[in-house]
Design a protein around this ligand. Structure first.
Ligand code: TYC
Length: 106
């Protein structure tokens, strides 16, 4: 767009470099919530299976959730975060555990 600041166009001279206006897509934190009933081993398995964590990392995050009430278990695009939440909620429900998983814009 031509603004008042632009010099008169004579077809000669330096090209204006356009401002980079591609927006980065927003990221979403996937949160795991504590409860009193879901077995620790089940939570560790969820973290390994759906979040690609090794056993040590999964155990450590599980304990953080257990002690603090919740923890961020990953950060993803909206679509991937939604898929992780659905996978965890479905798997927990199928195994009759009350585990809760949610997502939140970063
Ligand atoms: N608090 C649960 C227990 O003592 C373990 C647990 C950890 C549950 C993390 C959910 O997201 C969770 N069995």
């Amino acid at each position: 767009m031509m603004s008042g600041d632009d010099p008169p166009e004579d077809g000669v001279g330096l090209m204006t470099i356009p401002k980079e206006k591609t927006k980065k897509p927003p990221l979403y934190k996937v949160l795991l919530l504590n409860d009193d009933y879901t077995p620790m081993e089940f939570v560790v398995y969820i973290l390994e299976r759906f979040f690609g964590l090794n056993t040590d990392a999964a155990h450590s995050i599980m304990l953080t959730v257990h002690m603090k009430g919740l923890a961020v278990v990953g950060v993803y695009s909206h679509e991937i975060a939604e898929t992780k939440v659905t996978q965890v909620m479905d798997y927990a429900r199928r195994n009759q555990h009350p585990l809760q998983c949610t997502m939140e814009k970063e």
